[in-house]
Ligand binder design. Sequence first.
Ligand SMILES: [Fe+2]
Length: 255
Amino acid sequence: MIDIHSHVIPGIDDGAGDIETALEMLKIAQEDGIKTIVATPHFYRNKFECNLEEVKKHLENLKAAVKKENIAIEIIQGQEVYIDKCTTELYKEGIIGTINGSKYMLIETSLTGAKPKDLMDNIYELKLLGITPIIAHPERYQFIIKDNMEINQFIKEECLFQITSTSVQGFFGKEVKNTAENLIKNGICNFLGSDAHTTGRRCPKIKEAFEDVKRLNEDVYEIITKNSKALLNNEDINLKMGYISKKKKFFEFWK
Ligand SMILES: [Fe+2]
């Protein structure tokens, strides 16, 4: 299994606090059956500003420690970019980057205060640079929870979506779980990631969530592993998917 979203690099964001925790997280991932994990530390202006070069250096240090500990897991460079009006400039300057130098960038926005119009404008700018955005945990954004159909505009704009394993398992509450399940049932899930921050409940485990995905939508289950491999090889991923349609109110069924 490939986990495309994790905060395992120690000391640079709100993920692993030290190298011991990072190694413990990677052991948990290995036991769960994860062979490859993408390290995606936050890049969040004025909060977590570890630039791409620094991420790469930290990653090399972590890889050396992993080798010493005989942990059989491959760690790939990524970043989780908090997208805003400066994102394209930061990318051009090499401050932020894509996953493994591919055309795919993992992006996030405010969970509670995101403005869909601004998000769309920033995504549009990114796409002009040839980048395909992967929206991290769409099931956790309030505006999507409130109306799942809000995701349709981002499908039209050919974004990809990474659903988080702990969302499917109810860690973030019923609303997030229901949204994750609805997206998966409708085929709107290109990747599964742990978004692991700790060795506790938000640890790098995705196996159980994979089984949940299989129960919800076998087609999605089949495609997510293929997509993750394609992502790491910078190959094309099918951007076409279904849309969320309007739920019929009870009385409308009789029309
Ligand atoms: Fe994350």
